[in-house]
Design a protein around this ligand. Structure first.
Ligand SMILES: [Mg+2]
Ligand SMILES: [Zn+2]
Length: 202
C-alpha cells in the first residue's frame, strides 16, 4: 500500500516544517492498523520540495516522519521522499537539490525504490493520495488507485487524471474510507495488467 503524506495522512498545510505542525487525521491510526492486520505493508511516498526550497533540512524532515510514526502508532513500514525541485522553479532554492529527478511524483522513482528495496509485490497493491500526481506515479504498475478528498481540492486532479487516461478506481472522503474500499474490493482492477514488469526505468 503506497500512501501520500500531506493531505492524506495528516492535515494539508503549506510546507510542514516542524514536528509540532503534524496533525494526523483522527481516523488514520486505526485505518492503518486494519490494513496491517489484512497483510498490507504500508509505505509513504512523498514529495518534499520544502527541502529544496530551504524550508527544512533532511534532519528536520526525518523528525517530522518520526512524529507521524508516533501519531499512527508505529505501523508505517517506510518513508520514501523526494527532496528535489525541477530547474526553473520560482523562489529561493538550495542548489544541491535543484535538478530534474526521477523521484518527484508524478515520476515513479519513489515507488520503484520502495518496490526494489522492500521487495514489495505490486499486484494487489494500491496507491492512495489527494492529488493527481500521487496516482500518476503508480500508472506503470498494476496498482489500484484511490483519490481522497481530505487534502487538496480533487476537481483539478480528476480533470488531469481523465486527460491522462489514469482515472481513479474510487474517489472517497478520506483514508479511512479508502481503506474500507480497498479491504472490501477484492482483486485490484489491474490484477492482469503486466506492464509493471516490462516498464522501462524512468
Ligand atoms: Mg498530498
Ligand atoms: Zn526527486
Amino acid at each position: 500500500m503506497f500512501l501520500d503524506r500531506d493531505g492524506t495522512l495528516h492535515v494539508e498545510r503549506d510546507f510542514c516544517r516542524t514536528p509540532s505542525e503534524v496533525a494526523v487525521f483522527p481516523a488514520v491510526p486505526a485505518a492503518l492498523r486494519s490494513l496491517r492486520d489484512a497483510g498490507y505493508r504500508i509505505v509513504v511516498v512523498t514529495n518534499q520540495s520544502g527541502v529544496a526550497r530551504g524550508f527544512l533540512d533532511e534532519t528536520a524532515l526525518a523528525r517530522i516522519h518520526d512524529e507521524i510514526q508516533r501519531q499512527v502508532g508505529g505501523v508505517i513500514d517506510a518513508f520514501f521522499h523526494c527532496p528535489h525541485l525541477p530547474e526553473g522553479s520560482a523562489g529561493p532554492v538550495v542548489g544541491a537539490y535543484v535538478r530534474r529527478c526521477p523521484c518527484r511524483k508524478p515520476g515513479n522513482g519513489l515507488l520503484r525504490d520502495a518496490i526494489d528495496l522492500l521487495d514489495l509485490a505490486t499486484r494487489g497493491s494500491w496507491v492512495v493520495g489527494d492529488s493527481a500526481r500521487d496516482l500518476l506515479a503508480a500508472r506503470d504498475f498494476p496498482i489500484g488507485r484511490v483519490l481522497v478528498r481530505s487534502g487538496k481540492p480533487v476537481e483539478p486532479s480528476l480533470e488531469e487524471l481523465s486527460a491522462a487516461h489514469c482515472e481513479p478506481d474510487a474517489v472517497v472522503d478520506d483514508l479511512e474510507a479508502a481503506v474500507r474500499f480497498v479491504l472490501g474490493s477484492g482483486p485490484t482492477p489491474r490484477q492482469d495488467d503486466a506492464r509493471a514488469i516490462s516498464a522501462p526505468r524512468a
